[in-house]
Design a protein around this ligand. Structure first.
Ligand code: UD1
Length: 379
């Protein structure tokens, strides 16, 4: 039998939530029975050590073969800059396919360049829809799926979403959730919350979290960009922190928004503790042992479902409905009354533990490597 020629797959990452998704995919592609040549490109959308390098180190992601170094900017500037810098790389590397993950600006920018060069795009985490076109990520999801040749989904709801948008079912494969591959792979190495708390807070503050804590993340434009909304949310959260100390790893954009709105004084002397953005294993440890999590992140809704930790989602909708129908997630939006009522329910009842959704079993990336191999090497 003649030896198969290695097919070249260029994997793309750009922002923090991409890193935990790409780690198991690269590992599975490299260990696959199919002979792939795998390269990694980082757009540079996220560049701070806390937002990028700590993830590469802890998750053993190989250093990128190419770093476009785009950095921050408006959506248009960031997307355009990635496209401009990515095009010559495509010409030089001549991949057989590119693989993009998730829904960030890097995802759509690279998909658009590749498809116009006639290079097929693989989308991991395809078909999720919040139905809210006000979210930049929703635009990125819809457009990336339209451009993709192979669409790999994390939950069953995605298939119906893609079908409604006219995408042919033979391009779509339900493979499961690679973010949960990473979670299960790393769970036993999670850093203990005590260690993280001690390194971030002074002794007196750290002591007050001994009776348990909640974990908070907040970075969506809808929650942090408008000073009025942000102030209302922070006041509510400070109030809740009197019942349960809240640890708040702050995204850089949120730090800026709190500062610009002059809201730091609200947090002084409260039990809402601001800490720097956390590396993956530290965040995993904090999530695992939290009594509850409040968040507007997409990925954390899924991670808390996999961990069975109650999650209160501070958004009006979710693109990951299985975290609500089967998992531990409740959608409450940003109304103080709803947040407080859900918080009290969980404090009293312990919240819903939920169950782990189908194919969130640590093997999604292996299934992905198999699907890609069969697709790329079909005669
Ligand atoms: C991006 C993703 C969002 C994801 C989030 C996770 C899009 C449209 N959004 O939003 O889906 O949930 O990442 O973090 O792609 N900044 C730094 N250091 C960094 C990166 C960013 O200081 O390493 C600051 C900059 O001031 C920047 C701001 O954060 O302007 C926003 O970063 P950006 O990548 O544009 O979008 P995110 O809000 O992080």
């Amino acid at each position: 039998m003649s030896k198969l020629i290695e097919k070249k797959i260029l994997c793309i990452v750009g922002a923090r939530p991409n890193f935990m998704k790409i780690a198991p995919v690269i590992r599975a592609l490299n260990n696959s029975r199919h002979p792939f040549s795998v390269r990694l490109l980082h757009t540079g959308q996220h560049y701070d050590a806390a937002m990028k390098q700590s993830f590469f180190d802890q998750l053993h992601i190989p250093e990128p073969d190419v770093d476009l170094g785009v950095g921050s900017g408006s959506h248009a500037v960031q997307t355009a800059e990635i496209m401009k810098r990515f095009e010559p790389v495509m010409d030089e590397l001549q991949p057989d396919t590119i693989l993009v993950v998730g829904d960030v600006n890097s995802t759509i920018a690279c998909a658009l360049v590749a498809v116009k060069k006639g290079v097929p795009v693989i989308h991991v985490e395809a078909g999720l829809r919040s139905g809210d076109r006000g979210m930049p990520e929703e635009i990125n999801r819809v457009l990336t799926d339209q451009l993709s040749e192979l669409l790999l989904t994390t939950e069953r709801s995605a298939e119906g979403n893609l079908q409604r948008e006219g995408i042919s079912a033979d391009k779509v494969y339900f493979v499961g959730n690679v973010m949960i591959d990473t979670l299960l792979y790393n769970l036993s190495s999670a850093v203990s919350p005590a260690e993280t708390i001690q390194s971030c807070l002074n002794v007196e503050q750290a002591g007050s979290t001994g009776a348990g804590y909640g974990l908070l993340t907040l970075h969506r434009p809808a929650n942090v960009d408008d000073p009025v909304v942000l102030e209302r949310l922070l006041r509510t959260l400070v109030e809740l922190s009197e019942q349960l100390p809240l640890l708040f790893p702050v995204h850089p954009r949120t730090t800026q928004c709190i500062e610009n709105a002059g809201l730091n004084h609200l947090l002084a002397n409260s039990q809402l503790y601001l800490i720097p953005p956390q590396a993956y294993l530290n965040m995993l440890g904090l999530m695992k042992d939290a009594r509850l999590v409040l968040t507007d992140s997409g990925g954390i809704q899924e991670e808390t479902t996999a961990l069975g930790v109650p999650c209160i989602t501070l958004r009006e909708n979710t693109e990951r409905p299985i975290t609500v129908s089967e998992g531990s997630n409740t959608i409450v939006g940003s109304s103080p009354e709803k947040i407080k009522s859900c918080f009290s329910d969980i404090m009293q009842s312990g919240g819903k533990a939920g169950r782990t959704p189908e194919y969130w079993d640590g093997k999604a990336a292996e299934r992905i490597a198999e699907v890609i191999g069969n697709w790329l090497y079909k005669t």
